[in-house]
Ligand binder design. Structure first.
Ligand code: NAD
Length: 338
């Protein structure tokens, strides 16, 4: 590895991959050395916007090129596990977007590959853990600010205008629970320090019947019971009109923390004849831009310092296990043990 700079190859230059690529290119201790996509226009974007020359349509060729020290995987969820394992086998550090695999077997295979290469860094992309407000809330919980936490209520809510994109995304994303609710699952495990024992999910295609046609839903809600009896209420909506309304509440024996309850774009409030209102963030990227940057910095820092990241492959597997149980519970309309 060149002293002080990590050479990174990014896989996937889609909706999120372009953002990650631009973030990585801006970091002083990174050389964005290669990129890979199945889409020619995206590779052209990397050439013109980031002056990248090592461009691949084959991930296998990119990781075998000898040009990179780390793979930054932002490709479709369906190929995450396969691509992570291949990179680790080639001796590369890996950042992988959530979910780390679209079934539990895949996730366990990733875990085994990570365990067998203890000198390599593996970081699953649970971006909310790197968001300043969520990170601050976790510090408060750890310091005992709300006593013993026993209840998490967490939601992921997207604007209705993205529903048409989401319908097309379902076949490779793993569906609403694995693609969206997985963030809330990870937060609930993180804040409660406990593992989910059973779940009961329900939902439907209340606004867009197209989701039902692909065995998915546009709105869901689920109850999760943890091994010690702690609880979580996890919900998702793809049909909001006010903004990307992702927020979380953590209740403990001495108080409650509310994180991002109003998805405000900034601190401006408009008071006029129509009343009082704030503009909202539009999408996940606008809400979590700082988190995505912090996550990239954490990955690079871990590689350069030989440090283990705060999120592990085990966290990735556990979240996928619960995501699967939620999907199963939704399908069977009954309580499912994890
Ligand atoms: N952390 C978050 O909040 C968050 C938000 C959005 C997306 N994501 C995750 O990021 C990933 C990408 O999402 P997106 O919205 O950018 O998707 P997208 O469909 O816009 O882009 C997918 C990209 O993957 C590439 N790709 C697919 N298969 C490939 C292969 N075999 N080899 C090389 N490249 C391949 C495509 O060429 C494309 O560039 C998904 O796994 C998604 O779950 C995470």
């Amino acid at each position: 590895m060149p002293k002080g700079k990590v050479r990174i190859g990014i896989a996937g230059l889609g909706r999120l991959g372009k953002r990650h690529a631009a973030n990585l290119a801006s970091l002083p201790n990174v050389r964005l050395a290669a990129a890979c996509s199945l889409v020619d226009e995206e590779l052209e974007w990397a050439r013109s916007e980031l002056a990248l020359e090592a461009l691949y349509t084959s991930y296998e060729e990119m990781v075998a090129s000898g040009q990179i020290d780390a793979a930054f995987i932002v490709s479709s969820s369906a190929v995450h596990a396969k691509q992570s394992i291949l990179a680790l086998e080639k001796g590369l550090h890996v950042f992988c977007e959530k979910p780390i695999g679209v079934n539990v077997e895949e996730c366990r295979a990733v875990e085994r590959a990570v365990e067998s290469r203890p000198g390599l860094v593996y970081l699953p992309g649970f971006v909310r853990r790197f968001d300043p407000s969520f990170a601050y809330a976790k510090r408060l919980v750890d310091e005992g600010a709300i006593g013993t936490p026993f209840l998490v209520r967490s939601q992921t809510v997207d604007l209705d205008e993205y529903a048409a994109f989401q319908v097309k995304f379902v076949p490779t994303s793993g569906g609403i629970f694995l693609d969206m609710n997985i963030h809330d699952i990870d937060l609930a495990r993180w804040f409660l320090g406990d593992e989910v024992e059973s779940v009961h999910a329900m939902g439907g295609s209340f606004v867009h019947p197209e989701f039902e046609a692909v065995h998915d839903a546009d709105n869901t809600v689920a109850l999760a019971r943890f091994r010690t009896g702690k609880m979580a209420v996890l919900s998702v909506s793809r049909t909001a009109f006010h903004g990307h309304d992702t927020h979380t509440e953590v209740t403990g024996s001495k108080g409650t923390l509310k994180i991002g309850i109003t998805p405000a774009k900034n601190r401006v409030e408009l008071f006029d004849a129509a009343g009082a209102r704030v503009e909202c963030v539009k999408d996940f990227y606008e809400r979590f831009a700082e988190g995505f940057m912090a996550e990239a910095r954490e990955f690079v820092d871990c590689v350069l310092c030989g440090r283990k990241p705060i999120v592990t492959a085990r966290d990735g597997t556990a979240a996928t296990e619960v995501g699967f149980a939620l999907a199963e519970s939704f399908r069977l309309q009954s309580i499912v043990r994890v």
